[in-house]
Design a protein around this ligand. Sequence first.
Ligand SMILES: *Cc1c(COP(=O)(O)O)cnc(C)c1O
Length: 497
Amino acid sequence: MQYISTRGNYPPISALQAIVQGMVPRGGLFVPEAISHIDLTGLENLTYQELAFEVLKPFLCSPGNYSEAELKEYIQLAYNREKFDAETVTPLAFLEENLSILELWHGPTAAFKDVALQLMPYLLTGASKKLGKRNEIVILVATSGDTGKAALEGFKNVPGIRIIVFYPDKGVSRIQELQMVTTDGKNTYVTGVKGNFDDCQNMVKEIFGNSSINALLNQKGFELSSANSINWGRLVPQIVYYFWGYLEMVRKRIILSGDPVNVCVPTGNFGNILAGYYAKVMGLPINKLICASNKNRVLADFINTGIYDRRREFYRTSSPSMDILISSNLERFLYEITSHNAIKINRWYKELSRKGYFKVDDSTRQVLKNILYGGFADEEETLKEIKFVFEKYHYLIDPHTAVGMKVYRDYQRESGSNLPAFICSTASPFKFNLAVYRALTGDDSVDDEFKVLEKLKEISKQKIHRSLEGLDKLSINHNRTISVKEGFKEIKRILGI
Ligand SMILES: *Cc1c(COP(=O)(O)O)cnc(C)c1O
C-alpha cells in the first residue's frame, strides 16, 4: 500500500515513510492510495487482537513495509490486560434494544486516545528502524489535556524516543495536570507554558516549521516527530474498534452480520469519525455516521450548509477535548469523497487560510449529506443529557459522550430511523467528574475533583477508573514552567545540547 498527499504535491510513499514523516512537508495529509474491502464472514469469532491484525494488515503490511510478524508483535504489546482494564479492549455496553455504548476509555489514561497511542509508538519506532534512521526521535506534543497524558503513557520507556509535552499552565483540569506531572519513565518531560492552548500549539508549530532548528537537532542526532492525529499511524488503529463494536452487536444477537447500523461519534478534530468512515469504506455496514459537536459547532454547521467557517467565537465547554475550530482530518474526508480531487482540496484549503472559510460544491455536499448527519449540543443540553441517561439507564456518561447521546437522539427524531446504533464513549465519566457531578446533583459548591471522585463512586456504584484512583497521592516528577518564548531553549536544555 502506497500513501499519497491530499494536495497532490508529493510522490507516493510507503506506510513506513508516511508514519515517520507524519505530515506532508508543504501542506496536505497522507492517505492510503486505495482501500481494501474486508469480508465480514467469521470475523465475530476473532479476539480484539486478531481482529486488529486483519483490519490493519492491508494498510501496513507488504514487502518493503511492516512484516505480518512485526504487526502481530506490536498488537500484542499494545493491547493487553496490563494496558487495558477490559479483556475486550473496547467493550460494548448495552443500554436498550437498539442503543449501545462503545467504551473507548479502558486504557491507561481514561480517554479514547489511548487506543491509538498505545500502538503508535511501535509503528513509529519500527518504521524508523526499518528505514535505517539513526537519529533519536523527539516527540513534541502541545496538549489541551487529554493527548499529552495519552502520548506520555504510549511513549514512555520506548527505546529510541524522548517525549516532551507542553501544556497551558493553569489551563487544564487538576486531574489532567496531575496525570501528566506524575508520569514516570526515563524519557518523559512535561513543561507548563504561561499561556493558553493556542500559545502552546503555535510554539510547537513554529519549532516544527523552523528549518534551522531542525538542522541543528539533526546534526546533534535528533529528529522531531508528532503524536497528533495528522499522523496516519495515530489514525489507523482507530478503524479497528468500529469493526469491534459492530461484531459485539452480532455476538450479542442485536443484529445479524451484514445488517446496517448507525454510529455516533463525539467529534473535535475529526480523527475518530474519519476512522469510522474508513471502516465503512472497507465494507462495514454503517448506515449513517452521526457527527456530534459541542457549542463549538463548526462541523455541524458545515455538514448542514456546506460552508466551513472558522471565523467565529471560540467557547470553553465542559467537553474541552472537542473545543476545536479547525478540524484537521476533515481534509482527508473531503479528499476521499471527491474521489481524490487534489485541485478542489487545494482551492478550499487556500481559501480557508486566506479568508477563514470555504464552501464546497453541491455535488460534494450531496455525497457528504448521504454519509454524515451533523448536530450539536450546547452546555445546558449536555449536562441535562448526563442526568437523563443516568436516571433512565443507570449508566454514567462523561460530557463528551453526552454530546454524542444528545445529537444521536436528535438524529433519531428527525430521521425516524430506529436502526440499532452504538455511540462512541470517548472518556470515562470519572475523568471529567466535576461536570458529571454537577449535572447529577445540581451542587456546584464542591470543586475538589478528588472529593468528587468519591462522591460519584457512591452515587453510581461504579468503580473509579484505575488511573485516577490515588492520583493525588503520587509524587510529582515534573514541575517546570516556561514562557511562550522559551520553547526551543527548554528543548535544548532537555536534550543537553
Ligand atoms: C480527542 C477527544 C475527542 C475528539 O476526537 P477527535 O478525533 O479529535 O474528533 C472527543 N472526546 C474526547 C474525550 C477526546 O479526548
